[in-house]
Write a protein that binds this ligand. Structure first.
Ligand SMILES: Cc1cc2nc3c(=O)[nH]c(=O)nc-3n(C[C@H](O)[C@H](O)[C@H](O)COP(=O)(O)OP(=O)(O)OC[C@H]3O[C@@H](n4cnc5c(N)ncnc54)[C@H](O)[C@@H]3O)c2cc1C
Ligand code: SF4
Length: 549
């Protein structure tokens, strides 16, 4: 791997080599820029570090201290951020639905949330590109939102998917079987197809599931990017002319370093990105870097992720197959017949035994001998998850806590409360999932309240007064500082966010490429849309051996 000297100003320093960071790193390196990625977690060796074992996989998450509060606090840790090269894509389930066109205009269409500064049309070419780079497997015709097909065919059904398809079919609800999911349904180059053992959230030792660690990082390194792992960025430096010029970071031994850069892209996700900007407060930006709006940290979102489990007389074997393999988006959009705005999706969830035990302890209050009895019955249960759109709210936020981490940096304080529309949506969604399971033949249903997927807290928007970044992820306040990760979402829809995050990163990379030297030298902010650069895709995305849509 290429090694840059710290005193040499690289073109781009990327903070966090996760879902978005790795896509940016790969494209900017391919385009010939000098790029360094600083990643707080380790550079995983998939053979050495990943295990097909639930108990051995907790290291994949960001489990450092965070303070959580509000009237409906979010459980942080295993259900949230990643840590290590590949970030959250290492432990994601890899469901990859697109946002719907309406998601970009919820205020205009439904009078709730807010509009994005970009439209579905702006992102569509990047959805198509990233679906091939992953590649995504799914039906030839995905019927909701902007209907489309997938490069790889759908996966066979597991027991949980069967119950979803059976229940929906009985109730006349359209359902999608076998995806969309970033898991190979046929081998590609040196990656084998899925072997259906269900350890996707533990890292997929096999390499069938996409993570940016395997899909983008090798190409980034081959084109001259440097990744420094176990490097925790503590603060971003503001130099003359309101431009950033370096970051301070701690290496694996706790030693402090400064890396100079001509531009900086923060890709630390919805909690760590605002935390880093708050910790980088300086004269002129006393409330946090790039926070002239005062909105940094606000409008944090998480999706409703309530799980409903149903017990069936026949064996379901919920551990077999990837957890992500069937869904319905039939309830996604606002329906005037319901008493709430926006909606939800229903997706398969396949908890392995430890996760299932935790769910049952919460959902049934099972403990001791009772929990052992439930666990002996594990193979008879099916679990379906709500993925519901919680609306953005100003009072859901990240701030700095009094408490500090091992480097002496204040940790994040997360405040989260549900609002009336959210409560109504969740009640309706849970009831609908119960109906689906009962229609499929379940004899008992129980529910676990849960959240999934953080986004927001450094939202994109049209103006410095209403947002932190513009439609190309450039901070309104500082011309050579960008934020590109899940934190820039103004609203979240009912689609899992990972595909959109990677697509936004590919679009941002095209913008940076088109702007060239101007990013490093000029304060002029161009809003010109860049051409879509398919030539920057990793190898084996196009050409021979790749199925055609
Ligand atoms: C169990 C689970 C299942 C999921 N399943 C799905 C799914 O099926 N589909 C889907 O779309 N999404 C899923 N997600 C969510 C998805 O993984 C995330 O939304 C996505 O990975 C976020 O991308 P990101 O680039 O914003 O951040 P990340 O991928 O989390 O990357 C951020 C990186 O920045 C690093 N970092 C942070 N701060 C610093 C710092 N100060 N210095 C250096 N490095 C730093 C972190 O270590 C991390 O590696 C799932 C998440 C979890 C937890
Ligand atoms: S089920 Fe498929 S994608 Fe999941 S861990 Fe196994 S091989 Fe990987």
């Amino acid at each position: 791997m290429k090694c840059y000297r710290e005193e040499e100003a690289v073109d781009y320093c990327i903070v966090g080599v996760g879902s978005a960071g790795a896509v940016l790193l790969q494209r900017l390196a391919r385009a010939g820029f000098k790029v360094v990625g600083l990643e707080a977690g380790p550079f995983w060796d998939t053979e050495r570090d990943w295990v097909s074992d639930e108990a051995g996989s907790h290291q994949l998450y960001w489990t450092d201290l965070r303070i959580t509060g509000g009237s409906d606090p979010i459980a942080l840790g295993e259900n949230n951020s990643g840590r290590g090269v590949g970030g959250g894509s290492v432990h994601w389930a890899a469901f990859v639905p697109r946002l719907h066109p309406s998601d970009f205009r919820t205020y205009t269409e439904d009078g709730v949330g807010c509009d994005w500064p970009i439209s579905y049309k702006d992102l569509k070419p990047y959805y198509e590109l990233i679906e091939r780079e992953m590649p995504a497997a799914g039906p030839a015709w995905f019927t909701w939102g902007d209907p489309h097909g997938y490069p790889y065919g759908p996966h066979p059904m597991g027991g949980v998917g069967d119950t979803l398809v059976r229940g929906c079919t009985k109730l006349g609800i359209r359902v999608c079987a076998g995806g969309p999911v970033a898991i190979l349904s046929g081998s590609r180059a040196d990656r084998p197809h899925c072997i259906y053992r269900g350890f996707c959230i533990q890292g997929c030792k096999v390499g069938a599931k996409q993570s940016t660690l395997i899909s983008h990082v090798p190409d980034a390194i081959a084109h001259g990017a440097e990744i420094r792992d176990r490097s925790m960025v503590a603060r971003i430096h503001l130099g003359p002319n309101r431009r950033v010029n370096a970051v301070t970071y701690f290496d694996r031994d706790g030693r402090e370093h400064v890396q100079r850069a001509r531009a900086i892209i923060v890709c630390g996700y919805a909690i760590e990105t605002p935390r880093l900007l708050f910790n980088s407060a300086c004269p002129g930006f006393e409330q946090g870097l790039a926070n002239s709006s005062g909105l940094l940290g606000h409008y944090l979102m998480v999706q409703a992720g309530n799980v409903v489990a149903g017990r069936f007389p026949d064996l379901v074997r919920l551990y077999k197959a990837p957890p992500a393999h069937a869904m319905t988006e039939e309830f996604y959009e606002t329906d005037p017949k319901r008493d709430f705005a926006r909606g939800f999706a229903v997706q398969t969830v396949g908890p392995l035994p430890i996760a299932f035990a935790k769910q049952m302890a919460k959902a049934k209050g099972a403990w001791g001998w009772g929990l052992r009895e439930v666990m002996m019955d594990y193979n008879h249960w099916s679990t379906l998850g709500v993925l519901g759109e919680i609306l953005p709210a100003y009072d859901n936020k990240i701030e700095l806590a009094e408490e500090k981490d091992d480097f002496g940096l204040p940790v994040a304080h997360v405040t989260f409360s549900l609002h009336e529309n959210d409560h109504k949506m969740i009640r309706f969604a849970v009831k609908k999932v119960e109906e689906i399971l009962l229609a499929a033949g379940a004899k008992e249903v129980v529910e676990e309240q849960r959240y999934a997927h953080l986004v927001g807290a450094a939202r994109m928007g049209t103006r410095p007064e209403n947002s932190i970044v513009d439609g190309f992820c450039r901070t309104h306040d500082i011309a050579n500082l960008f934020i590109c990760d899940g934190s820039v979402f103004p609203t979240q829809g009912s689609a899992n966010p990972g595909l959109t995050i990677q697509a936004l990163a590919a679009r941002t990379a095209d913008y940076l490429n088109q702007q060239g030297e101007a990013i490093f030298t000029s304060s002029h902010v161009s809003r010109e849309k860049p051409p879509v650069r398919r030539d920057l895709s990793p190898p084996v995305t196009f050409g021979s051996g790749v199925p055609r849509v």
